[in-house]
Design a binder for this molecule. Sequence first.
Ligand code: OSB
Ligand code: MG
Length: 365
Amino acid sequence: MAEGIDLYLVEMELVSAFEISSGVTKRRQAVIVRVEKDGHVGWGEAPADSKPIYSYETAETAFYVIKEFLAEHALQATGPEDFLRRVSFVRGHQIAKAGVEMALWDLEAKKKGLPLWKMLGGVREEIESGVSVGIQHTIRDLLRVVGSYLERGYKRVKLKIKPGWDVNVVKAVREAYPDLLLQVDANAAYRLNDWYHLKKLDTYDLLMLEQPLDYEDLVDHAELAKMLRTPICLDESIKKPEDAYRAFRLGSCSIINIKPARVGGLVNAKKIHDFCDSVGIPVWIGGMLETGIGRGHQVAAATLPNVRFPNDISASDRYYEEDIVEPPWKLTARGTLRAPDRPGIGVEVLEERLERFTLKSVHIA
Ligand code: OSB
Ligand code: MG
């Protein structure tokens, strides 16, 4: 392969269907970004799904936006920050931007011969790994699934909730596991006038309630936060550093889930992290079913000092039978993932496997 950018729109079968309040995913799409420059190769991932059920972005829109508007700037940019400045004329499309931006970080770290997490300013060699558990058919099924993750060594569980699958479900899991670190994520399934029902969650000692209200809302979350004892964590509503500032000013949440891909990449993830640190808002790193490439970038972000809760960064085999990196991400006996002591994201991309999962690709010189 040659200097330039290669985009791969991939589709990978999940080991089991993943259901959230707004829809189900069984075959996961993403855009993998390969940047080759000055004799080095960097990898990034735009983990947008095939359907716009979490974000308006999809793998197809990310592929298009990168190809038409972002790629040329990646080749000219001196680094990730310069890239973001050059593409600030593109409104939104944070997941697409992140795919390219993270490839530039990996490239930069490899040029310097440094692990990405060290270059970012990380402070820990191991990160706490949690597991996000989708909506199941029955509570019995859910208890079995949760049990199997605990056996594998996960130390924190996040349950997806929606109206009709919430307080009853949390009650059952809490009764089965009185000491479990437990939290819930509604993916914007409720409205402020559901507050009385949501308040019933207060009795179950949850670490947090993630994104209960509309995916762009900050105002009603501030109201809800005053009514509940359970801390509110925002995910979808925080798409750039300015949103974190607004959420702080309004009191919309007391915790933020930072997904590097949702906020346009690691520069913005770090900005949000640093801002939150300065105002006393703890953060953690979330995910969007990333392949081993995006997972590497998540792990690097999770080594930052103000990451104070376990992360949605599971081992590769939680989602994929065969990951596209070597070694795959593996859970330690302590329920953690190790930040690799190798340059860049610290894992090799298996290019043959990547080609096998590729639906379409393009080279931009
Ligand atoms: O809301 O955090 C979310 C997956 C896809 C889209 C949105 C979310 C999620 C998860 C899984 O909860 C996180 C992960 O393990 O990657
Ligand atoms: Mg979420």
